[in-house]
Design a binder for this molecule. Structure first.
Ligand SMILES: Nc1ncnc2c1ncn2[C@@H]1O[C@H](COP(=O)(O)OP(=O)(O)O)[C@@H](O)[C@H]1O
Ligand SMILES: [Mg+2]
Length: 258
């Protein structure tokens, strides 16, 4: 199959279900930025009826492009890790030391696929521990599908842009998530900030590709950074608990690296 063939098959697959999304046309323009491997992965997901339509972009980051999509009439989020622009050095640092990914070959594609799988599995662990995250739905190669967090077709705002009615309550909920994430899911988010928290009916943690298990040699260092970020953001909105005290509370009873 050449590129045109893949694209037209993908279009047919997506079209046969009748795209109802507002920005479905945007997708057509964007297809060009994807490599063939990504188009094939999308085609597979569409062919298996895991995606029924693709709409406008919610976010175009350096490492991932995020689209609104549909599955059986439900809104979903399609996160596509970009093979061309990924920061492989940084990704490898987070994969090394995580026993779940010890056997990943250090070639670009494999690293991105492992990263996608890692985000899926981290979201799953977080969800199973009872933390508010987007429910992961499926993954294929560099594509992750998850629950859409928002209202109508509008995503919940990032915490940095959100109107907080009760900042203190939100702050304490986030601290609770961090503690459960550490103690029950045995994960550290490792990129927690007002950018990776969406605020809807409650705060949701997102973007967990880089999250690591407690075995990671730098897990505690990442936790210290997460705590500092959360405190830095909240200190202008409410009373905050000192970094050190929080670290103690979150890691209480957990065996630490020397
Ligand atoms: N499940 C989701 N529901 C709604 N919007 C989302 C979801 N996931 C991501 N987004 C939107 O895309 C943005 C970037 O997502 P993120 O996972 O943080 O990717 P990046 O790796 O590019 O930072 C978010 O800030 C949010 O606006
Ligand atoms: Mg992010």
């Amino acid at each position: 199959m050449d590129r045109d063939e893949i694209q037209s098959r993908l279009d047919r697959e997506l079209h046969s279900h009748g795209a109802r999304l507002k920005d479905a046309d945007q997708w057509k323009v964007r297809q060009d930025v994807f490599d063939e491997a990504t188009l094939i992965a999308l085609y597979r997901l569409a062919n298996k009826k895991i995606i029924s339509s693709i709409g406008g972009a919610l976010s175009t980051g350096k490492e991932a492009n995020i689209f609104l999509g549909e599955k059986d009439g439900q809104l979903i989020v399609i996160k596509i890790y970009m093979i061309r622009t990924a920061n492989f050095k940084a990704m490898t640092d987070y994969l090394d030391g995580d026993p779940r990914f010890a056997n990943v070959r250090r070639i670009k594609k494999e690293i991105i696929f492992a990263w996608t799988r890692k985000e899926y599995s981290n979201l799953m662990r977080a969800q199973e521990a009872g933390i508010a995250v987007p429910k992961p739905l499926a993954f294929n190669r560099n594509i992750l599908l998850m629950e859409f967090l928002g209202k109508d077709e509008k995503p919940y705002p990032q915490l940095r842009l959100a109107m907080m009615e009760d900042a203190e309550k939100i702050y304490h909920l986030i601290l609770e998530y961090m503690e459960i994430l550490c103690k029950k899911a045995r994960l550290i988010h490792a990129d927690l900030s007002e950018y990776n928290i969406l605020l809807g009916d409650r705060p949701y943690l997102i973007d967990m590709g880089q999250s690591v298990t407690l075995d990671h040699p730098r897990a505690m260092q990442f936790l210290i950074r997460d705590i500092a970020n959360v405190n830095r953001f909240f200190k202008s909105y409410c009373d905050t608990i000192a970094d050190k005290e929080l670290f103690g509370k979150i890691t209480e009873g957990i065996i630490q690296e020397p």
